[in-house]
Design a protein around this ligand. Structure first.
Ligand SMILES: [Zn+2]
Length: 407
């Protein structure tokens, strides 16, 4: 009971803290700078968005962010082995060290027309929101902190990271936490996409491509031979029967299949792609274990069904791994995020997603993902839209939160 009361008391203090911080003279100057400079940040958002950053080829956009980090006065500006751009704004002490980042990559392949069009407050172009807005918001925070001479007791490290989307598989953030900044980061915020949302639950996933192989032969002449497609069918039937928890939501999907030679041939190979997700580490591990067992059992059954006529083998290859994790709603970082969001008029509602924050969440480092402000639609589509109306509120919220956490 005593513990409960003290937690409530601490939460109230933290929430008050963010609100009180907004009244700080230096923060007021920073907010004014953000409002005044927003048109310039929007221009910058467009300019960055017109530098292509297809999956696995973020180099050109990274170079530009490196230049902008240097120009904004960050220290130790560098590009790491994975291609992440890093810069530091030292505080009075190296800790707590907050990592604030946005991702460089888009889902669009090389050669996509990345020209942005503008009509009034409406911008259109692939990646304009996800995540050029995040990059622009991060740059807006850095510049406003400088312009208002905001001093923080702790340090803020900024990063523009690679490989957030799809098969990029969070490789930039994994590199930051496993190598580049290993052991140095105490708190984490990623600015990803639009609006004023807060993501504190990181849905993890396993993705596999499984190949089934056998000798192959004539459908009539070699009848009685093991069949890789029929083995795969057994595996799919088992997967379909998986019992998974509704809460935490845990899912599985056989998304693609292929293979075979001809209608009158026993195939020598086939393949399938499978995706499994959960926000809960243990549930994700459990469904992953069931999946592996299903493949092994299916192969064994097929080989037993047709003994002495060759064997089927299966090799599941892991093609994607996003670790699961979450940051509790009553943790200091989430309470501060909700309070900072309310300061700029947002609701402070919490949500779940699969973002760069999954990596630190899985390591037990307090982490969330926030939107960069504004409104829009069509993320990951060629006609993605971003409405700049009141988008400066996203930058103000990010700045307030960063300062609240860098102490
Ligand atoms: Zn994104």
């Amino acid at each position: 009971m005593r513990f409960f009361v003290s937690v409530l008391f601490a939460s109230a203090l933290l929430a008050q803290d963010a609100a009180r911080l907004a009244e700080d003279p230096a923060i007021k100057v920073a907010f004014a700078a953000i409002q005044k400079n927003e048109p310039h940040f929007i221009d910058e958002q467009i300019r960055i968005c017109e530098i292509p950053a297809p999956p696995f080829h973020e180099e050109a956009r990274a170079k530009e962010l490196e230049r902008l980090f240097q120009q904004a006065g960050l220290h130790e500006v560098r590009i790491d082995k994975a291609g992440n751009v890093i810069g530091v704004r030292p505080g009075a002490s190296p800790h707590p060290n907050l990592l604030l980042q946005a991702h460089l990559d888009t889902v669009f392949p090389e050669g996509t027309n990345v020209k942005v069009t503008r009509e009034g407050t409406l911008l259109k172009g692939p990646g304009i929101g996800d995540d050029c807005r995040g990059l622009a918001t991060m740059l807006g925070v850095i510049r406003a902190l400088e312009e208002a001479h905001v001093k923080t007791p702790g340090t803020i490290t900024f990063a523009a990271d690679v490989g957030e989307e799809g098969l990029g598989d969070l490789r930039g953030t994994k590199e930051l936490f496993n190598n580049t900044l290993k052991g140095q980061i105490d708190k984490f915020i990623s600015i990803d996409g639009l609006g004023l949302g807060i993501t504190n639950i990181g849905v993890g996933s396993y993705r596999y491509r499984v190949e089934f192989k056998g000798p192959g032969g004539h459908s009539f002449g070699a009848f009685g031979m093991v069949n890789p497609i029929q083995a795969m069918g057994r595996a799919i039937a088992k997967i379909d029967n998986f019992d998974v928890p509704k809460n935490p939501k845990t899912t599985f999907n056989v998304g693609r299949v292929g293979g075979g030679t001809s209608v009158n041939a026993i195939p020598f190979e086939c393949w399938m792609e499978v995706d499994m997700r959960s926000a809960d580490k243990n549930s994700l591990e459990a469904v992953n274990a069931k999946f592996k067992a299903a493949i092994a059992e299916a192969v064994e059954e097929e080989n037993k069904r047709w003994p002495g006529h060759g064997t089927v083998t299966a090799s599941p290859e892991l093609v994607g791994l996003r670790p699961a994790g979450s940051t509790p709603a009553d943790s200091a970082i989430v309470i501060a995020a909700v309070a900072a969001t309310k300061v700029v008029g947002g609701s402070g509602r919490l949500g779940e997603g699969s973002t760069d924050a999954n990596v630190p969440m899985n390591l037990g480092i307090p982490a969330i993902t926030i939107g960069g402000g504004g409104r829009g639609s069509g993320a990951h589509a060629l006609d993605e839209q971003f409405d700049t109306k009141d988008s400066y509120l996203g930058t103000e919220r990010a700045l307030l939160l960063a300062v609240a956490l860098a102490r």
